[in-house]
Design a protein around this ligand. Structure first.
Ligand code: TRP
Length: 377
């Protein structure tokens, strides 16, 4: 009995030594396997700006043979009130859209965030390592909360959940838009803080920022504004689900300028440059090639060419979205399998995290180890 008490005292001493020791390690020094992770909110139908600026890149990374994990972040989407029926529909629609755009479940892990409970679990642990001051200063939070009378706590801790998403899969590279840079920095500093305190556990996650023209498609009605789904003018953006007639109509009505020639001058002629960018992305031609080929055409005539190319590119995507949406059983099986794959990885990370944080006192391996130490076996 006496020796057991002494043993416990020894454990307590060791524990306090551990919890105050600062383990400084450089997560970059370790060779982490290259792993890509990204997330998208289930917002329903996507416009070509979302597709060309984000989803197409996800597909390209997958096709380049990278290790890719893509997550439909429904936990993030309830940070602002959501109708359950709409959320359900949007989750199906986003899955159908990603598949139609070329995400292949055999080569990508595609899953639903809420189906892997460890996201919320790690988010709590990381939340305990985050300060309110840090979260208050994030621009996206400031912008969204400014419009609200009552601010949901979830909106505030949104970036912590995002860090948990990335860290659960030990992602090394995260393709995101420019508006997510601060959130990525938050994930980087949380990984560093965790490593410093508990020993190297997480890699440094690098943002892959898309900051070329494709990630900044402009409104078709006002080329000084970004293309946005929430634009009150429905002709401002082309949706992936638009019919060929609707696409033609929107491109014809696209605001350009009073010069008739087709030239690529993003600063001086943003409207025409935007059309050339769209054309270039769906045809794999450079803007220079396009201008060369469009010599002698008026912008009005050129618009018809852009519409043709866009319609041809989007036709199979639109048909596939419809086809997948009609087969919800298939969509469910894709998400179920993807979520199982993701869960296997997440489980491993959360076990490691709990062990490091000291939540493993009663896990069988540890209890066996303790018993052995006490010679009571
Ligand atoms: N916040 C991201 C967005 O709005 C979505 C997201 C959630 C995400 N978790 C992520 C992106 C993890 C990259 C990695 O676009």
């Amino acid at each position: 009995m006496k020796s057991y008490k002494m043993f416990l005292r020894g454990v307590a001493k060791n524990l306090s030594a551990i919890s105050f020791r600062c383990i400084t390690t450089d997560a970059r020094a370790k060779d982490w396997p290259r792993k890509i992770f990204s997330g998208v909110q289930p917002t329903g139908a996507l416009h070509i700006g979302n597709y060309l600026g984000a989803v197409k890149r996800w597909v390209d990374l997958q096709n380049a043979g990278e290790d890719v994990t893509y997550c439909i972040v429904d936990l993030h989407s309830i940070t602002l009130p959501q109708d359950p029926e709409v959320l359900r529909h949007n989750s199906l629609q986003m899955t159908a859209t990603l598949l139609a755009c070329g995400i292949d479940p055999a080569r990508s892990t595609l899953f639903l965030q809420s189906a892997v409970a460890h996201h919320a679990e790690l988010s709590w642990i990381l939340g305990c390592m985050t300060t309110m001051a840090r979260l208050t200063h994030l621009p996206q939070y400031k912008e969204k909360s400014a419009k609200l009378k009552e601010i949901p706590l979830g909106l505030y801790i949104y970036p912590v959940l995002q860090a948990a998403d990335i860290m659960l899969y030990k992602a090394t590279h995260v393709p995101v838009g420019e508006d997510q840079v601060q959130h990525l920095q938050m994930a980087q500093s949380l990984a560093r803080a965790f490593n410093n305190r508990f020993g190297t556990t997480f890699p440094f996650c690098n943002a892959i920022i898309s900051d070329d023209a494709s990630s900044r498609l402009k409104s078709l009605r006002d080329p000084t504004k970004k293309m946005s789904k929430s634009d009150p003018d429905s002709k401002a953006c082309v949706m992936l689900t638009d019919t060929p007639e609707a696409i033609l109509e929107k491109i014809k009505k696209c605001v350009t300028d009073f010069t008739s020639e087709v030239t690529y001058q993003p600063e001086a002629r943003p409207g025409v440059a935007n059309l050339i960018t769209i054309h270039s992305l769906v045809s794999d031609k450079t803007p220079q090639q396009i201008c060369e080929e469009a010599k002698g055409l008026s912008t009005g005539q050129y618009k018809l060419q852009v519409a043709d190319a866009l319609i041809a590119h989007l036709n199979p995507i639109r048909d596939n979205i419809r086809r997948y949406l009609a087969d919800t059983e298939y969509l469910s099986s894709v998400i179920e399998e993807g979520s199982d794959k993701a869960r296997t990885v997440a489980e491993r990370t959360i076990a490691e995290v709990k062990e490091k944080v000291g939540m493993d006192a009663f896990s069988s391996a540890r209890t066996q180890g303790l018993r052995r130490k006490q010679n009571i076996e």
